[in-house]
Design a protein around this ligand. Structure first.
Ligand code: AQP
Length: 332
């Protein structure tokens, strides 16, 4: 059976981008067609400036939102990365297979290191080595597929290279995974800055729809979305990115093609109103389920405990095999 692994970083409150680019696909499709593992990748959240108490809160909220989005612990495995030691054990081996140049070429490293420096923070070494940990996350489970938004596809490509290199040098150990990028809403853009993606850790929040935003807040943010001064509504992502972003969000909510949707609108006001309504309706069941889960923290803890136990049992033999293959002496 195909195995799937994917994860989400608790670096901020989850966004509509996370939902449309990842969570929805995981819950509606992936968990039902494959042996799937979904993870709150909290170690990755340590690669940028963080507050320990907030990280703990966001990790718990992240796990709860995965369940609220429809992940069913009866059919898939949901857990927190730091509860399974094998990720960190394999990450160091991956650092020994990767090169400094490969890590520095990663677009996310370039963007995030520039952002950290611009806000006066130093760049953590782990931000550079992050893709080695991500490779470990995937390879440790022998995942065949990694569903990700477009922004993470480069890291999965690197994971493939590292797996192939390791297998070639030390003997076949890892499954070589492939990225699966959803066709619709692969990259949801910031409503105030349609040239940048909607990212949960960004400081300017006016263009970001968080999954737990109140309906009125969602409406306000979408009504204030930046569009352009051209008349009418057309789907032209290159020249009209703000309008295209709204059409893609509405398309993701309705299942209709963005260009077909564009034909139905005379102006961006009506497009915004319909997009706001569609997003509110899309998120309503998730928000209701999250409220229920928040009232039952023991349930979420139990799911995470069982998830980590299953993940550990799958991961350990792979890491042991990798350690043996690379020449580390097994314990007596
Ligand atoms: N704007 C987006 N559009 C589509 N997909 C997105 N994803 C993230 N933002 C968008 C997808 O969500 C999954 C989990 O993302 P992540 O937490 O691992 O990290 P990220 O890609 O770096 O997401 P963020 O929200 O932008 O976090 P920060 O601000 O911390 O960098 C991934 O599959 C991702 O592609």
């Amino acid at each position: 059976m195909t195995r799937i692994f994917s994860g989400i970083k608790p670096t901020g409150h989850m966004t509509l981008g996370n939902y449309l680019g990842a969570l929805r696909q995981w819950s509606e499709v992936d968990q039902h067609r494959a042996d799937s593992l979904f993870c709150v990748v909290d170690l990755h959240a340590l690669t940028v400036d963080h507050d320990p108490a907030r990280l703990r809160r966001l990790s718990r909220q992240g796990a709860s939102l995965l369940l609220a989005a429809g992940l069913d612990p009866g059919v898939c495995t949901v857990f927190v990365q730091s509860h399974v030691d094998e990720h960190a054990r394999l990450a160091f081996v991956m650092e020994c297979v990767a090169t400094d140049g490969e890590m520095r070429r990663m677009i996310q490293y370039k963007e995030k290191s520039v952002r950290a420096q611009a806000s006066g923070q130093s760049v953590r070494l782990s931000l550079l080595t992050y893709p080695a940990l991500m490779a470990a996350d995937i390879l440790v489970y022998g995942a065949d597929e990694v569903p990700v938004g477009e922004d993470q596809a480069q890291h999965v490509e690197l994971t493939r290279d590292l797996a192939e290199r390791f297998n070639h040098r030390y003997g076949h150990t890892f499954v070589v995974p492939r990225a699966v990028v959803p066709k619709v809403a692969a990259r949801v853009m910031d409503l105030q800055d349609p040239a940048s993606k909607m990212g949960k850790s960004h400081d300017a929040t006016a263009g970001i729809i968080y999954l737990l935003d109140e309906p009125a807040t969602i409406g306000k943010k979408i009504r204030r979305a930046v569009t352009d001064s051209e008349a009418g509504v057309t789907y032209e992502p290159e020249t009209r990115p703000g309008v295209a972003n709204l059409l893609e969000i509405l398309s993701a909510c309705t299942g209709k093609e963005p260009s077909a949707l564009a034909d139905a609108y005379q102006g961006s006001g009506a497009l915004k109103a319909d997009t706001a309504d569609a997003v509110v309706e899309l998120l309503r069941p998730l928000q209701a389920r999250h409220a229920e889960l928040s009232a039952d923290p023991g349930y979420v803890d139990g799911v995470l405990r069982e998830g980590a136990a299953r993940a550990r049992a799958l991961a350990r033999p792979t890491v042991d095999a990798a350690y043996r293959a690379i020449g580390l002496m097994p314990p007596a």
